[in-house]
Every structure is written in structure tokens, then in C-alpha cells.
Design a protein around this ligand. Structure first.
Ligand SMILES: Nc1nc2c(ncn2[C@@H]2O[C@H](COP(=O)(O)OP(=O)(O)OP(=O)(O)O)[C@@H](O)[C@H]2O)c(=O)[nH]1
Ligand SMILES: [Mg+2]
Length: 357
């Protein structure tokens, strides 16, 4: 199970270009979506572990990107389901100037376009809420006391969320009780998901990329919402080169880190994800999980049999393992801990799951 990230934005903002850059894909920018692709999650510790343990295979965690490829207000049915199932949303906003590519709104305006997409996301949620409120209304007519209570609570919560959405307040920024948050989670609302705004700049704007990013972030950075600048076109072209040539280009353009690595890392931060590693069967693998995940659930991420037949986990932190140089040495030093089902997995844990099937 990978992390799924949906790519939205206005027409001709560079969604498919950014999608290609992220997934090293070659989707035709002229073609309609949806495009679906996989990206390896950058995790420098994975290579260090591989150098030490010399496994047969090294396997990165993966993120799945979905370029919806249709305007938000036009999507429904299967495509809407696809989008509401994602874990996080990327909104591509056009900042590059190119007269040969007409902007749907007739002019470049990053703030306006961010506001427009936010409205569209909210509009999709309002549609879901209204349909549900209508159904609750009908159910209430024949409902018996216990059922009635639950329906009334849900009605009240949805009415509150609706009023906030109408005041431009996305669900991810609402203060909800744990109970309310659970109810809301069932709906997969789009404005409840972490949002990464990718401002797609032209090559000529690269020297200002950093200052533009911090200026925009001072307006747009909120809980579970962040903004980055990225030159989609250049990043897409760089994916076609080998690593050292790409590095050379980056240096020339004064780009410190690959825009793709930054995009994935930021999405991970917004989602509260961390990495753990497994080393069984000669394969060193990185996995991503939500902060706070228990050992038994982490095992389930690898295979449902491992969750069902979970016995215990043998755990060592990445740093401790590095100090020991090998798992055998770590075992000798007594640094391999035995942990049970409810152990909360920490970032960088190297884990061997013991299970029976
Ligand atoms: N000059 C310039 N052109 C770009 C940049 N990014 C994207 N483009 C071009 O803009 C056009 C639209 O890009 P796409 O990636 O297809 O945009 P999109 O949002 O997927 O477009 P639709 O799916 O048609 O709504 C393409 O011709 C791209 O090559 C950029 O940074 N600079
Ligand atoms: Mg497209």
C-alpha cells in the first residue's frame, strides 16, 4: 500500500508536466488524464544501510501520484472517487509566462488561482455535505430513538462544517474533537487533506525562486498546508538525464536540491509520515507509515499475514545499528529489542517481524 497523492490545478497550469517530473514519467502533456505513476520516496538512510548490509536488493518506499487531468468542477463519479481516496492533494499553480500557452483566466495571477482552486475544493466538499444532509433529513422521518440521536449529531456537525466552508475555512483547519474528526474522516473531504501548493515557475524566474517561495509561504503556510516553487518544465527535462548530468545542471541554475525530492519530502511532512526499514530475505526495504503506528499495524503494511500472525518485532534504531556495523554485532551487544504488538514504531527503526501463518 503506497501513499497516494492527487494532482489538481487549473487548466494549463503544468499539472501533467509536474506529474511527469515527479514520476519520471512521459505522459503526453496534450493528452487527457487521469495519469497514474509511481515515485520512489527519497530516503538517504536506505543507501547507507545497503552499503553496510550488502543485500541482494534495495527497495525504496513508493508514492503514487494521480494527475486527475480534468477541472475539479467537472469531475464526478469514478474520477471523483479516485480523487477523494488520495492521502494528500497537490495544487499546481501557474506562474510561468508563455504567450503561446493561453491562461484560462486570461492573465497570470498566483493569488487568484490559489483562491480559485481552494474554492473548487470547498465546493466539492459542500456538494458531498448537501447530499448527505438531504439523506439524513429523509432518514430522520422514520428513525427510532437511538438511531435518531446519531443522525442528529451528524446533522449538527455537518451543518457546522458547512458554515465554516462557506466562510472559506477548509476542514483541515477546523478544531474538531476526536469523535468529530472520526466522523468527518469517513467522508474523505478534499479540504480535509493536507495540501501542497506547487507554484510552477518559468526558468527565467529561477533566481527568485527562493525569495518568492518564502514570501508566498508567509501568506499560505498553515497547518497541513505548505507552498513550494518548482520549475516543472526544467525538472521534467532533468529526469531524462543521468544523475551526474542533472546535478551539473542544477548547480548551474543555482538549485540546491532536486525539486522532486523536496516535493515528496514536504508531502511526507504534511502527512506526518516516517520511515522504517526491514532487512529480511536479503532485501533492505524502506517503508512509510503514519507517526504513531503500532508494530502490528506496521507489519500489516508489509503483508496482511504478518499482521494476523504477528508474534513480536526485533527492533534496533538506525543510529544504533550504524554504530554496531552489523545486526550480528548488535545482537551480541544486546541492542536488538524485542517489542510487542502495541510498540509504537519510531522513525528510523530497523525491524525484523516474527510471525506465524
Ligand atoms: N514555458 C513554460 N512552459 C511550461 C512550463 N510548465 C509547463 N509548461 C507548458 O505548458 C503547457 C501545459 O502544461 P501541462 O503540463 O500540459 O499542463 P496541465 O495543467 O496538465 O494542462 P491540462 O491538463 O491541459 O489542463 C505545456 O505545453 C507545457 O510544456 C514552464 O515552467 N515554462
Ligand atoms: Mg494535463
Amino acid at each position: 500500500m503506497s501513499i497516494d497523492i492527487g494532482i489538481t490545478g487549473l487548466a494549463k497550469s503544468g499539472k501533467t508536466t509536474v506529474f511527469n517530473a515527479l514520476t519520471k514519467g512521459k505522459a503526453d502533456t496534450g493528452s487527457l488524464g487521469p495519469h497514474i505513476g509511481i515515485a520512489k520516496v527519497p530516503e538517504p538512510r536506505l543507501q547507507v544501510l545497503a552499503n553496510m548490509l550488502q543485500p541482494k536488493r534495495v527497495v525504496s518506499a513508493e508514492a503514487k501520484y494521480i494527475d486527475i487531468g480534468a477541472p475539479l468542477k467537472a469531475i464526478s463519479g469514478q474520477l471523483l472517487t479516485e480523487l477523494t481516496n488520495v492521502d494528500a492533494v497537490i495544487n499546481v499553480v501557474r506562474a510561468f509566462a508563455d504567450e503561446s500557452i493561453p491562461h484560462p483566466e486570461g492573465s497570470l495571477d498566483v493569488d487568484r488561482d490559489i483562491a480559485t482552486t481552494n474554492l473548487e475544493l470547498a465546493f466539492s466538499d459542500l456538494g458531498i455535505i448537501e447530499r448527505r444532509l438531504g439523506r439524513i433529513e429523509i432518514s430522520l422521518k422514520g428513525a427510532k430513538a437511538p438511531e435518531r440521536q446519531g443522525l442528529l449529531r451528524e446533522q449538527e456537525l455537518l451543518a457546522k462544517v458547512k458554515a465554516d466552508l462557506e466562510k472559506d475555512m477548509p476542514i483541515r483547519e477546523l478544531r474538531l474533537t476526536a469523535d468529530e474528526a472520526r466522523t468527518i474522516a469517513n467522508y474523505q473531504f478534499l479540504t480535509a487533506k493536507p495540501l501542497l501548493i506547487v507554484v510552477n515557475i518559468g526558468e527565467e524566474q529561477l533566481p527568485q525562486a527562493e525569495s518568492l517561495e518564502s514570501e508566498l509561504n508567509s501568506h499560505y503556510s498553515r497547518p497541513k498546508r505548505r507552498l513550494i516553487t518548482l520549475c516543472g518544465k526544467l525538472e521534467m527535462e532533468l529526469t531524462q538525464l543521468d544523475n551526474s548530468a542533472a546535478e551539473g545542471f542544477r548547480a548551474e541554475f543555482g538549485m540546491k536540491e532536486s525539486g522532486l525530492d523536496r516535493t515528496i519530502k514536504l508531502s511526507y511532512e504534511l502527512l506526518g509520515l516516517l520511515s522504517f526499514f526491514t532487512t529480511a530475505s536479503g532485501e533492505v526495504k524502506a517503508w512509510s507509515i503514519q507517526d504513531g503506528t503500532t508494530a502490528v499495524k506496521a507489519a500489516g503494511k508489509i503483508h496482511s499475514d504478518m499482521e494476523r500472525g504477528f508474534i513480536r518485532a526485533e527492533v534496533i534504531s538506525y543510529d544504533d545499528l550504524l554504530k554496531c556495523g552489523s545486526l550480528a554485532e548488535a545482537r551480541k551487544k544486546g541492542l536488538l529489542r524485542l517489542e510487542g504488538k502495541s510498540y509504537i514504531v519510531k522513525d528510523g527503526d530497523v525491524i525484523t517481524f516474527l510471525f506465524n501463518v
